[in-house]
Design a protein around this ligand. Structure first.
Ligand SMILES: [Zn+2]
Length: 209
């Protein structure tokens, strides 16, 4: 993957916390699925729940090693409800929850796109400030990942976790297990590590105002 050429701003002091200039300084990494819920299962038995755990741990370690605050909804193979996952967001300021999943692209699709999703506000249960902050963070994340040559789609949808979360939530669906490029990106260790580093760098860049 190409070098990250997005400069990280660390010296500017943030005094306001309105939607468009928020700085996130804590990252809650959520490994999707777990326990009795395997998520997507590949033809050779590889499970989404194991890959999301590996991605969450890798991204979290990369953030911690750069002096950022990273928290994990799960660090082992166990089932969790949406509200259990959102529990770490309670009373937390300037944090964002990044929920990691694997997509469902099929063989006919070229490449291994990354899909970013945030709440569309249609249930009326999500404070608009979170929807706006999620959108801004998600769009920045998409821009940085595109600079790193990943194919990125963005969508809005009702997100169950956002309804109980006290921070913005962005869902990151990485690649897929059902086509060659997706498997390559996720199951080849070198490629997966490159993806992990790219996601960590993109998350840090998107977190700056
Ligand atoms: Zn999933």
């Amino acid at each position: 993957m190409p070098e990250n050429n997005v400069e990280e701003k660390t010296s500017e002091k943030q005094t306001e916390t309105s939607a468009d200039n928020i700085r996130f300084d804590a990252f809650i990494l959520d490994a999707g699925h777990g326990g009795i819920d395997p998520g997507v299962v590949g033809s050779d038995g590889i499970k989404e729940k194991d890959l999301t755990l590996s991605l969450a741990q890798g991204i979290g370690q990369a953030l911690l090693s750069r002096g950022k605050q990273a928290l994990f909804t799960r660090t082992e193979d166990r089932a969790m409800t949406a509200s259990q996952r959102a529990a770490l967001t309670k009373n937390r300021k300037n944090a964002v929850l990044v929920s990691l999943h694997i997509g469902r692209c099929v063989e006919a699709q070229a490449g291994a796109p990354i899909t970013l999703a945030w709440d569309n506000g249609q249930t009326g249960q999500t404070p608009s400030v979170f929807i706006e902050q999620s959108r801004i963070f998600g769009e920045k994340l998409a821009a940085v990942l595109r600079e790193k040559t990943y194919v990125v789609h963005t969508v809005t949808a009702p997100l169950r976790m956002q309804r109980t979360s006290e921070t913005p939530v962005v869902l990151v669906e990485c690649g897929c297990l059902e086509n060659g490029a997706g498997r390559q990106m996720l199951t080849d260790e070198t490629n997966r590590n490159a993806l992990i580093q790219s996601l960590a760098e993109a998350i840090m860049a998107a977190a700056a105002p």
